[in-house]
Structure formats: structure tokens, C-alpha cells
Design a protein around this ligand. Structure first.
Ligand code: RTP
Ligand code: MG
Length: 157
């Protein structure tokens, strides 16, 4: 299989999801049904400082503290996903940020089905290729994209 047309993104299942294991299972099935590959996966508990680094772009916004406390409230699943048009397609599968908009406009998206509030909204997805590279490095410093692009057979067993 050639990896050249596949784009990568960082996908996170947030603590509201990991607290509900049956939903973790359902979301992973939704991801596979939409033909994403799971390239790397890990369950982890982020330190406060890591959350603050990750969400630096939102510093000063009214929801920043709420967001940091939420992400600190439990463990997360971090995944590197691969697909054609992965960044756009993953954000489409997640659905809009705001829970009300999601429920009315994208009820079959992950957030439409399982989102609780504007903050407790199930998932994160990188918003550009540049962001994806930075976020993947932050969560999977050991991941070697070049080696993966070279189609190391370890990735597709
Ligand atoms: P994400 O970064 O998690 O993929 O989601 P996004 O692009 O759709 O949303 P963004 O605007 O980047 O906001 C990051 C996360 O902050 C929380 N948030 N809470 N009004 C609120 O309470 C509010 N607004 C945003 C959400 O968890 C959102 O995903
Ligand atoms: Mg965002």
C-alpha cells in the first residue's frame, strides 16, 4: 500500500468520552467505517502544563479555564489517524463545536450523537497540516513520519 496520498491528523477522544467506555467503542467503529486508519494510539492522562501548552492558542478566552479543567478531569485517547483528506474528513465526522448547532445540523456526527456541552464535546481534531504536524509531535514524539511514508511494513500488519 502506498502512503503518499494519505494525510495525517491528531485526533483526541476527550475525558467525557473516556468516562463512557461504550462510547469509546462506538466512536472507534465510526472512525473505521469512514475508512480512517489508526496509525498510532495511546491512552494517557495529561499534566496541567501539557494541557496549557496544547491549548496555548485559546489563552485569555472566556472558556480557557473551563477547557483546561475539563481536560485535566480524566484520561484521553490520542490517535494519529490517516486517510485521504484526513484533516477535513475527521473534523466533518466530529461535527461543529457548539452542541446546539451540532444537534440540529449534524445529528449523526460524533458531537451530534454524544456531545454534552460546548466544552465537553467529545473530540479534538487538528485544524491544518501545520497544526497536525505540531500536535502529532507533541503527543507522539517518537513517531517517524518519514519512515511511515516509506511504507514500513510494521505499520500495516
Ligand atoms: P478542537 O480544537 O477541540 O478540535 O475543537 P474546535 O476546533 O471545534 O474548537 P476550538 O474553537 O478550537 O475550541 C477548542 C475547544 O475548546 C472548548 N470550547 N468550549 N463556549 C465554550 O464553552 C467553548 N468553546 C470552545 C471545546 O472543547 C473546543 O473543542
Ligand atoms: Mg480547534
Amino acid at each position: 500500500m502506498s502512503c503518499s496520498r494519505l494525510q495525517l491528523t491528531l485526533a483526541i477522544l476527550k475525558p467525557d468520552v473516556t468516562a463512557r467506555p461504550h462510547i469509546v467503542k462506538e466512536i472507534k467503529s465510526m472512525i473505521l467505517r469512514k475508512k480512517f486508519y489508526f496509525v498510532e494510539s495511546k491512552k494517557m492522562k495529561l499534566a496541567q502544563s501539557e494541557i496549557e501548552t496544547f491549548y496555548k492558542e485559546h489563552e485569555g478566552k472566556f472558556f480557557h479555564n473551563r477547557l483546561v479543567n475539563f481536560m485535566n478531569s480524566g484520561s484521553i485517547w490520542a490517535h494519529i489517524l490517516a486517510r485521504e483528506d484526513c484533516i477535513k474528513e475527521w473534523r466533518k465526522l466530529m461535527g461543529p463545536t457548539k452542541v446546539l448547532k451540532t444537534v440540529f445540523e449534524e445529528p449523526n456526527s460524533i458531537r451530534g450523537k454524544f456531545g454534552l456541552t460546548d466544552t465537553r464535546n467529545c473530540t479534538h481534531g487538528s485544524d491544518s497540516e501545520e497544526t497536525a504536524k505540531r500536535e502529532i509531535k507533541l503527543f507522539f514524539p517518537e513517531f517517524d513520519e518519514e519512515k511511515w511514508r516509506a511504507n514500513d511494513e510494521d505499520y500495516f500488519i
